[in-house]
Design a binder for this molecule. Structure first.
Ligand code: NAP
Ligand code: ZN
Length: 346
């Protein structure tokens, strides 16, 4: 299948147009004409080799919404014309205990990322959603409810699930005090889901300018973190804090906001390590946890929950030729709150 995309062709190069070929549709594959593709900070960490060396060319993009253009002969769950989504991974080993228990996002061999990952079949490296079409095994495709705006739905495939999953797993619910650190692509989805789950939500941001937006999204409180005395004011008050920040920050300040048995969940993936003081953890029996996106079944559950609660991402839809500028703006925390590429402009 011939497609057009935007790729990083070499180390530290900008994204440029690139025509390439996808595999032909196999029996259990779904081919998708991509409509919208979200810009995740992980695309930038990856393409700029912040997490280690990568394969070039690299077409990023793992927040994909489009319509099915063809299906393989054994596909039962999807039909041509249906609106569907693809998230952060497109395959897994399917045999380890995590895959067998439906938690393939924690595949013990490592899932096959939607881009920059060797195909399990040995047929080259995966290429992502900044492109006009993709072919994916049906087990890694989800239905996107027609009631959701497709551009606003694209970021749910990564940013949405990355917050929905730990909020559920770590007990966000009525009356629970939840903190969301960083109001970017992930953080703003965290606010919307935590509010919908009934939690009392506080946003911690280093930008005073995002206060009105956070409150409009339903957050109950907004704290600007550039003055460290605010951490004393809120000490021991939270049950759950989710850190979405893409850079290394002082986690000790956030740990001290947790009450007894409170949990700090790390979803932001800064390249540098974080120094932790034992005295920020041992008192109050505090915990630090990690979380990575969510399994395909939970992706579907999250999309259905989003349709029921009318939740989509706040997006700035861009033409493909704006994508390099959008990356610079993401790095500067100047995104309100997710860039989404209109793929018809590629
Ligand atoms: P984003 O849109 O850039 O949001 C990150 C936010 O962090 C910014 O909007 C900003 O919020 C805050 N921030 C950035 N730099 C900061 C600094 N130097 N000091 C303090 N705060 C800062 O990024 P994103 O797409 O939401 O992704 C966030 C992180 O999660 C990235 O590292 C990404 O790779 C990772 N991620 C993880 C998963 C997973 O499964 N675990 C999935 C997707 C992404 P304020 O302006 O409000 O402070
Ligand atoms: Zn992502």
């Amino acid at each position: 299948m011939d497609v057009r995309g935007y790729a990083v062709m070499s180390e530290q190069a900008p994204l440029t147009p690139w025509a390439f070929t996808r595999r032909e549709v196999r029996d259990d594959d779904v081919a998708i004409d991509i409509e919208f593709s979200g810009v995740c900070h992980s695309d930038i960490h990856t393409a700029r080799s912040e997490w280690g060396p990568i394969s070039f060319p690299c077409v990023p993009g793992h927040e994909i919404v489009g319509r099915v253009s063809a299906i393989g002969s054994a596909v039962s769950g999807f039909s041509v014309g249906q609106r569907v989504g693809v998230g952060v991974y497109v395959d897994s080993c399917r045999t380890c205990k995590n895959c067998l228990s439906g938690m393939s996002n924690y595949c013990e061999e490592g899932f096959t990322g939607t881009y920059n990952t060797p195909e399990r079949s040995g047929e080259g490296i995966t290429q992502g959603g900044y492109s006009t079409g993709i072919v994916v095994n049906e087990g890694y495709v989800v239905n996107v409810p027609e009631s959701l705006d497709p551009a606003g739905a694209a970021p749910l495939l990564c940013a949405g699930i990355t917050l929905y999953s730990p909020l559920k797993e770590f007990g966000a619910g009525p009356g629970v005090k939840v903190g969301i650190v960083g109001l970017g692509g992930l953080g703003h989805m965290g606010v919307k889901y935590a509010v919908a789950m009934g939690a009392e939500v506080t946003v911690f941001s280093h930008s005073e300018s995002k206060r009105d937006d956070a409150l409009a999204m339903g957050a109950h409180h907004f704290v600007v973190t550039n003055d460290e005395t605010v951490f004393q004011t809120h000490a021991k008050q939270f049950a759950l804090i989710i850190n979405t920040v893409s850079a290394s920050i002082d986690l000790n300040l956030y740990l001290e906001l947790l009450g007894l048995d409170g949990t700090l969940v790390m979803v932001g993936l800064a390249a540098e390590p974080y120094p932790i003081k034992p005295f920020s953890m041992a008192p109050q029996r505090r915990r630090i946890a990690g979380s990575t996106i969510g399994p395909v079944s939970e992706l579907q559950e999250m999309l259905d929950f989003s349709a029921e609660h009318n939740i989509v991402s706040d997006v700035e839809v861009i033409d493909a030729d704006y994508v390099n500028t959008s990356w610079d703006r993401v790095v500067e925390s100047d995104v309100r709150y997710r860039f989404v590429i209109d793929v018809s402009t590629i």
